[in-house]
Design a protein around this ligand. Structure first.
Ligand SMILES: Nc1ncnc2c1ncn2[C@@H]1O[C@H](COP(=O)(O)OP(=O)(O)OP(=O)(O)O)[C@@H](O)[C@H]1O
Length: 280
């Protein structure tokens, strides 16, 4: 897989605060990659450095083959960005704003198609200042994708979205990923990371504490399972590293599938909370 982002030993301090303290990352082209971590872990700072918005103090960074600190306009045209506090063009309408940003890009998407994909068709002529917080965020996402970026940075893209808007946004991300767009997002929603990301990194105190496929992060698929079932009126539960064997024994002893049988591995949230430990 061609590498879209390669980071070694990335460091950034603000005064005495070590916001990023030795981050290593490698993200392949076409991957959807999520940065997870508690407030203040260094996710936004990392993304801002990778997007060329902030200088680093140390480490090496290559994004689409270039150092973001030195890259030029052609590089910037290949990058889409949705940050937490997007610039305001409050006097324009929604569709005017999308048209305005589309002009900066040689291969821009059709503004009406983008409007539909972020679910703002009914707000096409509304002034931006009249949008709700979630609608404004959806427009930010629209602006981020209008230039048909090869690489899209999304910092907490669905904060403030209602559940339906989040699902619609997930579908948009999947379709962008299907077209080969590389996506790096930060999120506090673990279900979002699990639904969208090929891989996740958990950032704690400016470092990557764990990185991998969300389904198996932290040994989820091989960790102890909890088997629960009902024996008469009594709920039973056993932690085991061989649930298949236990279920076979129960089935033989009880003469059939045990009533109320469930087998649970640790959730992504269980693994995440263990990784962030005292930083909660
Ligand atoms: N411009 C700044 N000046 C000084 N300190 C900053 C600045 N930006 C971030 N920090 C500090 O750097 C650390 C990392 O912040 P950052 O915003 O990167 O974290 P984050 O993981 O994105 O957090 P959140 O989940 O709350 O968005 C925090 O301690 C924060 O207070």
């Amino acid at each position: 897989m061609t590498t879209a982002i390669e980071v070694h030993g990335l460091r950034k301090r603000y005064g005495d605060t070590r916001a990023v303290d030795g981050v290593d990352l490698r993200i392949g082209e076409g991957e959807v990659f999520a940065l997870l971590g508690p407030n203040g872990a260094g996710k936004t700072t990392t993304v801002e450095i990778l997007a060329g918005f902030r200088d680093r103090d140390g480490g090496t960074v290559a994004v689409l083959g270039e150092d973001p600190q030195r890259a030029g306009l052609d590089w910037r045209r290949d990058i889409g960005i949705v940050f937490q506090d997007a610039a305001d063009v409050a006097a324009l309408s929604v569709i005017e704003t999308l048209r305005h940003f589309a002009r900066y890009y040689p291969r821009a998407r059709d503004p009406y198609e983008v409007l539909q994909s972020v679910g703002l068709e009914e707000k096409a002529r509304a002034r931006i200042r009249t949008l709700s917080g979630g609608q404004r965020r959806r427009l930010d996402v629209g602006i981020g994708v209008i230039g048909r970026p090869r690489l899209l940075f999304l910092d907490e893209p669905t904060t403030g979205f209602d559940p339906e808007a989040r699902r619609r946004f997930w579908a948009l991300i999947r379709s962008l990923a299907g077209d080969g767009t590389t996506i790096l997002l930060t999120t506090h929603y673990l279900d979002e990371a699990e639904a969208l990301a090929d891989r996740v990194a958990v950032v704690v105190a400016g470092r990557v504490a764990a990185c991998g496929d969300p389904a198996s992060l932290g040994g989820r698929t091989t960790a102890h399972a909890t088997v629960r079932w009902q024996e008469g009126e009594t709920p039973r539960s056993v932690r085991t590293d061989d649930p298949g064997q236990l279920v076979a024994e129960l089935t033989a002893r009880l003469g059939g599938t045990p009533p109320g049988l469930t087998i649970a591995r640790p959730t992504l949230e269980d693994v995440y909370l263990e990784l962030i430990g005292d930083r909660r």
